[in-house]
Design a protein around this ligand. Structure first.
Ligand SMILES: [Zn+2]
Length: 331
């Protein structure tokens, strides 16, 4: 046990307290900073009197596609409680979002998914857009960013995706149609190339960072498709065959999202269906996708985090609720 206040390991047991359901919660005293804490401090269950088994069940229902109100009715809890529990888990996002391990070859796929939010506005004015980035081979879901379909949404989502992917030496960055992903990435990942013996034919110019390849797949109105590489690659970067440029796995993930997340499915206008609600639900969905649920198309019992080498086994929703992030699990 590590102190959540000062990270000291000089920690001693300091009695227990009990919850309504009779479960005992261990208290601790830190000898480093003299602060008291419990096994729940810093976890999504902190200062919550509800048993974690109940919250875990609610999160299972939510991530298998049940609506907030339906989940509340089944568990005999208010829908506001369900929303708050979901927010507590979503608030732990950073502790469960490590960057990609260095030195891997990764394929980043980007796409967006739309649902109706709030008033009945035309799609372009609605806040119901979510930009999604997925790593192809592991199906690791690195980014889900909800909001209005503006340049800021693309900028924020691209920045998050790049932060996640940048430690990797070889990155294939493929998105569907939308040019704004590549435009935003250019600001983050282009370098100025000096003319030299090797690069003479490039001359003085800006290129993508070494090892980064950026292409988009454009779907024409007649169903014809073409692939376009955006901006020049670094002279040492090799280019993939055109048939590999697509965001098909992200599209498949978007269909799964409609099935598993009620906010992306219902067509009618619901109470409290806001961009915050959408972000909350999709974040929980993303965490469960990466850590909890082995993907059907991957090796048996392998989660995306396992395939990326970030963790060695699937974790349970109960572990999500009772720990302070994946680093604290290994301690
Ligand atoms: Zn301490």
């Amino acid at each position: 046990m590590q102190c959540p206040h000062c990270q000291s390991r000089q920690v001693v047991k300091n009695g227990k307290h009990h919850h309504q359901d009779g479960s005992a919660i261990q208290n601790y005293l830190c000898r480093g900073c003299r602060k008291r804490f419990s096994e729940r401090t810093g976890t999504p269950m902190c200062r919550l009197r509800t048993p974690s088994s109940m919250v875990s069940l609610a999160m299972k229902m939510r991530t298998e596609g049940m609506g907030i109100r339906a989940s509340g009715r089944v568990l005999e809890k208010s829908h506001v409680s369900i929303m708050r529990w979901e927010q507590r888990l979503a608030d732990q996002e950073k502790q469960w979002s490590p960057p990609v391990p260095e030195g891997r070859v990764i394929t980043v796929e980007g796409d967006e998914v739309y649902t109706r939010v709030g008033e009945n506005l035309p799609p372009q004015e609605s806040e119901g857009w979510t930009v999604i980035f997925l790593e192809r081979d592991s199906r690791y879901w690195s980014v889900a960013k909800a909001g209005l379909k503006t340049i800021e949404l693309f900028a924020q989502a691209t920045q998050l995706a790049w932060q996640w992917a940048a430690p990797s030496a070889f990155i294939r960055w493929f998105t569907d149609g939308e040019r704004r992903y590549a435009q935003q990435l250019w600001k983050l990942a282009s370098i100025y190339l000096k003319s030299s013996e090797v690069t003479r034919e490039y001359g003085h110019c800006k290129v993508w960072r070494e090892g980064l390849e950026v292409a988009i797949k454009i779907k024409g109105s007649q169903g014809n498709r073409r692939v376009e590489w955006v901006k020049p690659e670094h002279p040492y970067t090799s280019i993939s065959p055109a048939c590999e440029v697509h965001a098909n796995h992200t599209e498949a993930n978007n269909s799964a999202l409609r099935r598993r997340c009620s906010a992306y499915r219902r067509r009618q206008n619901l109470y409290a269906k806001t961009v915050e609600g959408l972000q909350r639900a999709v974040t929980v969905q993303r965490l469960v996708h990466n850590w909890v649920r082995p993907h059907w198309s991957l090796d048996k019992n392998m989660t995306p985090t396992m395939l990326l080498g970030l963790y060695h086994r699937p974790i349970s929703i109960l572990e999500f609720l009772s720990s302070r992030g994946f680093e604290s699990l290994t301690n």
